[in-house]
Design a protein around this ligand. Structure first.
Ligand SMILES: Cc1cc2nc3c(=O)[nH]c(=O)nc-3n(C[C@H](O)[C@H](O)[C@H](O)COP(=O)(O)OP(=O)(O)OC[C@H]3O[C@@H](n4cnc5c(N)ncnc54)[C@H](O)[C@@H]3O)c2cc1C
Length: 389
């Protein structure tokens, strides 16, 4: 088999990269190791309105609208961040992934299921992908390979491209939960989820309750959250209808392009470090990857230098936000419960909550951070909080 662009992985990033490679004139193939698109699901399905737009999918009546969030301090105090309008949707990831795959096919990409990339080599300026198709060894030649093969990216490893700096471990169940308002997600920072946070996300009468942690086993922490957390243990119902275990990369590698290879999505650590959300940044970057790959093929130059245009372009659009998000994530990861209680206490102020509501943006946290840092009241309170005890 011979293609101009081969995309490894039919997740959201892979399907969007393939759509844009095909749309820009490249003969494109997606390979996916699983037998069906979108499963197993490793996602809470919370997508900002920006993310839905970037995925080029129209909101569906089955999407569950979200207007805001309740953030609970470890001591039980909670603040409400609400925009009074739909900020995000909770979706069925299988539906999203399958729609994106169909859109890629409609744009001209081919797709091969049960096809796993196992290795990759360069031969006469072309990439040779060693694959198994339904278990049988085979090869596929390509001018450019786009690795959209998730956090454990084999393509990134084969191409000698760096890996995400940190990988969080995540776990989530689906169950019944007594939401005060089913248009609000609930967020629980603190020692219940060391280094990150826990969440309860409403979806059509049930809840996705999960967490991610920097160290230790997410599943152990989740069991403790469900049985002992002062809020979650009281609001959850009995029974579990679904279980998700997965990894969340934090921190992008120094380069995401090499000779004949680009990496995108989770494979490139293109995930918001403040929330673990990967669909929005992955979509933004994957579309650039597909476009640059196709143009490079048309120009007959798929060298690392030519493909580094991808690296420059995605960093110009979203790189700064990911760097600032990582700094926020690292700062939050070092706060103990006492300081998180003080932080929520500081933020529980009409003026500051109004500012967060007005400028808060799930995908661009730097906007509200800048406002808070410029505000004398919040800066004074933050300093007091940091110096406390
Ligand atoms: C518990 C949890 C909750 C999350 N919740 C959210 C959320 O609410 N909102 C959000 O935006 N993000 C969320 N995320 C992150 C989000 O799921 C990922 O960022 C997103 O799926 C990344 O998309 P991707 O296309 O880069 O990779 P993936 O979705 O991982 O897709 C990679 C694809 O590549 C295939 N593949 C892998 N290796 C090979 C190979 N060698 N050969 C062929 N195919 C291969 C895989 O089968 C898979 O289909 C969550 C993550 C976790 C773990």
């Amino acid at each position: 088999m011979d293609y101009e662009v081969v995309v490894v992985g039919a997740g959201p990033a892979g399907c969007l990269a393939a759509k844009y490679a095909a749309k820009n004139g490249a003969k494109t193939l997606i390979i996916e190791e699983h037998a069906s698109i979108g499963s197993p699901v490793q996602c809470a399905g919370l997508l900002s309105t920006n993310a839905i737009r970037e995925c080029e999918i129209a909101p569906d009546s089955k999407f569950h609208p979200i207007d805001g969030a309740f953030v609970y301090a470890p001591d039980g105090r909670r603040i409400c961040i609400s925009g009074g309008e739909v900020k995000a949707y909770v979706v069925d990831r299988r539906y999203i992934d399958r729609t994106l795959a169909l859109n890629a096919i409609r744009s001209g990409a081919d797709i091969l299921m049960r096809t796993r990339a196992v290795d990759m080599k360069i031969h006469k300026h072309r990439r040779i992908l060693y694959v198994t198709i339904e278990g049988e060894p085979d090869t596929i030649e390509a001018d450019v390979v786009i690795g959209a093969d998730g956090v454990q990216s084999r393509v990134a490893r084969s191409a000698g491209i760096g890996r995400p700096e940190t990988v969080l471990s995540g776990a989530q169940i689906e169950t019944i939960y007594d939401f005060d308002d089913a248009r609000f997600v609930e967020i629980f920072p603190g020692s219940c989820a060391p280094g990150f946070f826990a969440w309860a996300i409403p979806y059509q009468g049930s809840a996705r309750i999960g967490l991610a942690v920097r160290s230790g086993h997410a599943w152990d922490h989740l069991q403790r959250l469900l049985s002992r957390h002062r809020v979650v243990s009281q609001k959850r119902g009995a029974g579990i209808t679904d279980l998700v275990i997965g990894a969340i990369p934090i921190g992008v590698p120094r380069r995401t392009a090499s000779d004949g290879v680009l990496i995108t999505g989770d494979a490139a650590g293109q995930v918001k470090p403040t929330s673990g959300g990967g669909i929005y940044p992955g979509a933004v970057c994957a579309k650039i990857a597909g476009t640059v790959a196709a143009h490079a093929v048309m120009d007959g130059d798929t060298s690392a230098e030519r493909l580094s245009e991808y690296d420059k372009r995605w960093r110009a659009v979203i790189g700064r936000e990911l760097v600032i998000g990582k700094k926020i994530n690292e700062w939050m990861a070092h706060l103990d419960d006492y300081r998180i209680n003080r932080l929520i206490e500081v933020l529980d102020d009409d003026e500051l909550l109004d500012m967060i509501t007005r400028y808060g943006d799930m995908d661009h946290p730097s906007v509200v951070l800048r406002r808070l840092l410029m505000n004398r009241k919040s800066m004074g309170a933050f300093l007091k909080m940091v110096l406390a005890r």
